[in-house]
Ligand binder design. Structure first.
Ligand SMILES: [Zn+2]
Length: 268
């Protein structure tokens, strides 16, 4: 019976995956992510229900648009598949199954998915545009506050640890607004800090610490390689201004989260 349950979770995962590709494409263009009809980016033809079935549409249409035959990027298919698989892995790692179908587990899983959605949107839009979009940061803050309320009321966690994060949120948002008014620009750094705070609330300081160390290490190696290449090419450019920190943080954070959940599941 668990197979059917996990299949159900997998289907939810690919539906979310399909939403992720759409949102990552539309948020930077400031398009509506919930209402506007999906269309082919090449021929602008509205997509029908049959074109929008995650995974399967791609297989049946052999990776081409039904109307203009333009190739659909395999990225859509891959993201949907990975998202489906990760949903199953998450459910398995937190012991969410038919024997354990309590309200608490359902809420646990839901928060994990809401958080995962946050990380995917931050990482995806940052990879494509090197920007942390305000809307996604606000979404992170809203789910964090919901999560804190949940922990306080249902799990009875002490809220003092979280009070610090709330203050930090407020300070960063204030600084961000001041910079925005004074210099009329969005600062990437504030977006990254807000992302880190949300990560701390959901995955804990330890995992976030590990993620940051990994990103620093990766950036260092990246800069080293670029500096060496730069000397050869003699072309000066500020490479750190191109580094997609949100993207790197997102990948390492989810990897460490899965690793820690797996260790808890199998070795403790
Ligand atoms: Zn088309």
């Amino acid at each position: 019976m668990d197979y059917i349950f996990y299949l159900f979770i997998f289907i939810i995962g690919i539906v979310f995956g399909s939403f992720y590709t759409l949102a990552v494409y539309r948020i930077p263009k400031k398009q509506d992510i919930t209402h506007t009809h999906s269309y082919c980016p090449n021929c602008q033809h509205k997509l029908s229900f049959l074109d929008l079935i995650p995974l399967f549409s791609y297989i049946f249409l052999k990776g081409k648009c039904r109307y203009c035959k333009e190739k659909i990027r395999p990225r859509y298919f891959i993201i949907e598949l990975i998202s489906g698989l990760l949903f199953v892995i998450f459910a398995h790692l937190i012991n969410f199954n038919l024997q354990n179908l309590t309200i608490a587990k359902i809420l646990d899983f839901s928060f994990l998915i809401l958080y995962f959605t946050f990380v995917v949107l931050i990482a995806g839009t940052d990879k494509d545009n090197r920007q942390i979009y305000k809307g996604i940061s606000y979404y992170g803050i809203i789910i964090s506050i919901m999560y804190m309320i949940y922990l306080y009321i249902i799990v009875h966690t002490s809220i003092y640890r979280y009070a610090i994060y709330l203050i930090l949120y407020a300070v960063i948002l204030l600084l961000d607004n001041i910079t925005l008014r004074k210099y009329a620009k969005n600062t990437y750094v504030y977006g990254i800090i807000l992302t880190i705070i949300t990560m701390c609330i959901f995955t804990g300081e330890y995992i976030v610490f590990e993620s940051i160390i990994t990103v620093l290490l990766a950036s260092f190696i990246y800069l080293l390689i670029k500096t060496i290449q730069n000397k050869i090419k003699a072309k000066k450019e500020k490479f750190y201004k191109k580094m997609q920190i949100g993207y790197m943080l997102g990948i390492s954070n989810i990897s460490f989260l899965i690793y820690i959940l797996a260790v808890q599941q199998y070795f403790l």
